[in-house]
Design a protein around this ligand. Structure first.
Ligand SMILES: CC(C)=CCC/C(C)=C/CC/C(C)=C/COP(=O)(O)OP(=O)(O)O
Length: 359
């Protein structure tokens, strides 16, 4: 972390030259969203930045963790090394995958089966995906299990989905504990049947210290809901005098979104099945720079081969983040800090108030 980089930080500008020490600057200028560093000094954003045109006044720096941290990470990695499919490259695996599990009802209709069979088959696909994520070292999987709009589906269908969630949690709880899987739930869980709400609170609490893999289940969720609840929480803080309106920033919003339950709130890859080309109000803020993959398969048919196809596609992408393109491998490997530099012409003793104002 940044604080541990001192006194000899490994900061390299994109020219490759080593700079030391870290330019000493005010907190605020580095308050960037996405990956907030625990250091009091800086907040950093995990973003690639090789292709930014460097000018004398605006440069990008790649920030590498301190050497001792690299070692620590290496040990963890080798002791828990996942078995990766041959076609995949370890360096460019997504850390967070999000899925819109679409096409369960169509799958059932195509087979002349009741709608519920489609959802049951969908749960099997989800189990397979969780196993694959654990096996291949993906850290977080977020699935859209029930949207805020799904409450308007026929009552019997809603009840069926609720019972499926309940039985899913009950049946899998032991394996979540055994496999060190953390379960998190995002969405308005107060709308769930009381029994299910209590079950959800219990499994979230019981598994909260598990770190191998995190399954985030979006229930009674929409991206707009999440943004509204975050705004409400921020408004309350302003009202209570804890913060000023000017303190509202990307990182503050990020902290109030329900994805604050994870270390990796921004999915690297979003998969939507069934050929529909929409986001459907899912993780609107968090998908800002996510790579999208649309699969023709209906969700119950989405298995290992289909997931491999999505991952291979992801690994071939060059991620842009609004600037120059970099490979997924590079994107995963570095931290980027944006630093604005002002080069004064005067030597230090002559640096005046006027020049400070100019900067
Ligand atoms: C335990 C647990 C997390 C269960 C999740 C079960 C599951 C697969 C839920 C999917 C929910 C859903 C409304 C999908 C949308 O497609 P659709 O099914 O409405 O299909 P359609 O587009 O063919 O109508």
């Amino acid at each position: 972390m940044i604080s541990s980089l001192s006194p000899q930080p490994l900061i390299k500008p994109n020219t490759g030259t080593t700079l030391s020490p870290i330019p000493h600057v005010q907190n605020q200028r580095f308050k960037l969203a996405s990956h907030v560093c625990p250091s009091e000094l800086l907040s950093i954003r995990k973003r690639p930045g090789s292709a930014c045109a460097a000018t004398t006044q605006h440069r990008r720096y790649l920030l590498f963790p301190a050497e001792e941290e690299e070692e620590e990470r290496e040990v963890k990695f080798t002791s828990d090394a996942p078995a990766l499919a041959e076609e995949l490259q370890r360096e460019s695996m997504p850390r967070h995958v999000a899925v819109i599990m679409d096409g369960n009802r169509r799958w059932a209709h195509l087979r002349g089966l009741p709608v519920g069979s489609g959802y049951e088959a969908g749960v099997k696909s989800l189990k397979t995906l969780v196993e694959l994520c654990c096996k291949w070292g993906i850290r977080v999987l977020t699935v859209f299990a029930f949207s805020s709009d799904n409450w308007f589906r026929p009552e019997v269908e809603v009840e069926f989905l609720m019972s499926l969630l309940e039985s899913g949690v009950k049946e899998e709880k032991e394996s979540f504990i055994r496999e060190r899987i953390r379960i998190s739930v995002i969405g308005d869980t107060s709308k769930l049947p009381k029994r299910l709400e209590e079950l959800v609170i219990n499994v979230v609490e019981t598994t909260k210290n598990n770190t191998r893999f995190q399954l985030i289940v979006a229930v009674s969720y929409s991206g707009q809901y999440d943004l509204v609840q975050a705004c409400q929480r921020i408004a309350m803080k302003v009202k209570d005098g804890l913060i000023e309106p000017n303190d509202v920033s990307e990182s503050l919003i990020e902290q109030e979104l329900e994805t604050n339950c994870t270390e990796f709130p921004y999915p690297d890859l979003l998969i939507r099945t069934s050929g529909e080309l929409r986001i459907s109000n899912f993780m609107l803020w968090q998908l800002a720079y996510t790579e999208l993959f649309f699969s023709q398969s209906l969700w119950p048919d989405f298995g290992e081969a289909e997931f491999l196809e999505a991952l291979k596609s992801f690994q071939q992408r060059r991620r842009h983040y609004g600037s120059g393109g970099v490979s997924s491998e590079f994107a995963n490997s570095c931290y980027v800090v944006y630093i604005e530099l002002f080069f004064a012409q005067s030597p230090r003793p002559d640096f005046s108030e006027a020049e400070f104002l100019e900067s």
